[in-house]
Design a protein around this ligand. Sequence first.
Ligand code: ATP
Ligand code: HSE
Length: 319
Amino acid sequence: MAVFTSVGLDDVQPWIAQFPLGRALALKGIASGIENSNFFLTTERGEYVLTIFENLSFEQLPFYLQLMRHLAERDVAVPAPVPNGAGELCVPLQGKPAAIVSKLVGSSEMSPAPVHCAEVGAMLAKMHLAGLDFPLHQPNLRGLEWWHGAAPEVLPHLSAPEADLLRAEMHFQDAFHASAMYGRLQQGPVHADLFRNNVMFDGERLTGFFDFYFAGCDTWLFDVAVTVNDWCVDLATGVLDEARVRAFLDAYHAVRPFTADEGEAWQPMLRAGALRFWLSRLYDLHKPREAEMLTPHDPTHFERILRERIATPAPALDS
Ligand SMILES: Nc1ncnc2c1ncn2[C@@H]1O[C@H](COP(=O)(O)OP(=O)(O)OP(=O)(O)O)[C@@H](O)[C@H]1O
Ligand SMILES: N[C@@H](CCO)C(=O)O
């Protein structure tokens, strides 16, 4: 269920007059998604997606929407937000923040082959470069500081081996994040949640990245690690598929070459990417938000990935 705020064509008709889109012709709720209410919107000018934000406020949204606009203007495949007549990207609908973005063609590729991973790698590198001159700044709100707040909250709910792993990995990540090598890694706006369900494909052609609502400024390599941990993994075991990893990394490297520091940081960063989602899934499971609408994802998937990344080195980065 992904329409939490119900809106009909009659509600949208007067509201849409502020956008240069003509009249609304059709509105259809989108069934997938767990954070926001999403609708396919057909207007006299074409096909769009209308999102009503259920958890994000008017203050938080400019970073995400301006970033999407900035990237779309630089030919990165992302939905382009449509400004209203006053130039605003986010305006209230039924008392909640809402935005209209262009509709991407295609569907998510949930069983990716190396060819899909190469497309994602190349577009991610292009996105990182295009974000270099993005003027707004917001930290990754699910970064090290958040991990330090979340870990003590979930620890009482863990078994002894799980608690030992979490404590040891936090310790390891503190040292990694404090290192001079970490301090030299290139930073900028990152997607930070680029899982298979947040990318659209039309056959083997990537048509767009979407769901930017965990984006923030962090190291580019963190984004690479999060993305590889999802796109290049065997979902049953957490083991990385070498052919997909190579395809992803080679395609990224061809657009934006990795540095020697990134080569050194690669293994700990894959662990950081796994820890981030193990922790957030544990947190969502044990500390659900008030008026929570989502079914928590399984944390053990990322516990398995974390243990696997500690035990087995991933294919190296070229630099
Ligand atoms: N710009 C777009 N173009 C085409 N389809 C879109 C677009 N944005 C969203 N969708 C569709 O809507 C669905 C839900 O969107 P999204 O994943 O952003 O929902 P969410 O509730 O915000 O996120 P999530 O469940 O991933 O946390 C997607 O799976 C996709 O099918
Ligand atoms: N991608 C996240 C969900 C939030 O988008 C997860 O799999 O835990």
